[in-house]
Design a protein around this ligand. Structure first.
Ligand SMILES: O=P(O)(O)OC[C@H]1O[C@](O)(COP(=O)(O)O)[C@@H](O)[C@@H]1O
Ligand SMILES: [Mg+2]
Length: 308
């Protein structure tokens, strides 16, 4: 692989090289199709794994453990903090996001965050993240990430094995598009049911409602958000197992909120920015709303109004 991208932060280049090379390994495995079946294992959160979940987790660990700047690697697929060295940076991973989607041919991907000053779980927070983003395993192998305040898109040329990485400029686009799984809407809190209805209200057929896009693959939904704008949500629901939504704070919500903030967008758990939320445990879930600033402010205002 050739990755010509250079980070503005000292000593991150080896970590990027490891992440990008692991993504190539996973993409190559995905294309073979062999790992697209259920494994006999389940992960740390008790989710059923497909074989590619395990392959992806191992590919990232294998690549990252060679870098002396990596202190800890934490993964949705394993327990605890995995010490690599005394380096300055720690990496959080969702090694294969959307694995169930991969089974039916929807693009999946991987999500990563790079953190400084991480020693215990609570340090993997929005305060310490310095890089965050994701790979997409679709028609092409792509990367979208924020290195500090700068946002980039990378595309892998499969003929030359070269990554073309270019800045994304111009901020977050705007579109009245909503990405949400509406299956739980009857058990959402009433303020969210009302807010959702307001986004879809056509005022008797006279007004265009928000359009709906839901890939059930966070990397695909956030890629669409990066390229076209809108809002992505996975709220909590009054249903067993969904009390804090479905997505993990450290492995999914914080890195995705970081890249969208770098593009000029925002995030919330309903009350405050995901990047200001307290992290208690590595595998905890959080309700999450990510997108354009005014759309996130409207979510917070809707919730706040319901409590007054
Ligand atoms: O099955 P649902 O409720 O549509 O959930 C889909 C969400 O779950 C995810 O697949 C995350 O779960 P995994 O990390 O286990 O793949 C997201 O990519 C997606 O947004
Ligand atoms: Mg995931």
């Amino acid at each position: 692989m050739t990755l010509s991208f250079k980070s503005k932060t000292a000593n991150l280049d080896g970590i990027y090289a490891a992440l990008f090379s692991a993504s190539e390994v996973i993409y190559a495995e995905l294309k073979k199709g062999a790992g697209l079946k259920f494994a006999t294992s389940s992960n740390e959160s008790g989710d059923d794994q497909i074989e590619l979940d395990v392959i992806a987790d191992e590919a990232f660990f294998h690549a990252l453990k060679k870098d002396e700047n990596v202190r800890y690697v934490v993964s949705e697929e394993r327990p605890g903090l995995n010490k690599i060295s005394d380096g300055a940076y720690s990496v959080a991973l969702d090694p294969l996001d959307g694995s169930k989607s991969a089974l039916v041919g929807i693009p999946s991907g991987a999500i990563f965050g790079i953190f400084e000053n991480a020693e215990v779980a609570k340090d993997f927070s929005g305060k310490n993240i310095i890089s965050g983003g994701f790979f997409v395993f679709g028609m092409n192998l792509e990367a979208y990430f924020a290195d500090g305040a700068d946002v980039y898109k990378g595309i892998f040329n499969q003929d030359t094995a070269e990554w073309l990485v270019m800045p994304i400029e111009g901020g977050l686009p705007s579109a009245d598009v909503l990405a949400i799984n509406g299956a739980n809407q009857t058990v959402w809190d009433s303020w969210l049911q009302a807010h959702y209805a307001s986004l879809l209200d056509t005022h008797g057929g006279t007004v265009k409602p928000h359009n709906m896009r839901w890939y059930a693959s966070m990397v695909s939904d956030i890629k669409r958000l990066v390229l076209q704008g809108g809002i992505f949500a996975y709220p909590s629901a009054n249903r067993k197992g969904y009390e804090q939504g479905h997505l993990r704070l450290v492995y999914e919500a914080i890195p995705m909120s970081f890249i969208i903030k770098a593009m000029g967008g925002a995030s919330t758990n309903g009350d405050r920015s995901i990047l200001e939320a307290t992290v208690t445990t590595l595998h905890e879930k959080t309700p999450v709303f990510i997108g354009e600033v005014d759309k996130i402010a409207a979510v917070e205002a809707a919730k706040k109004a319901s409590t007054h």
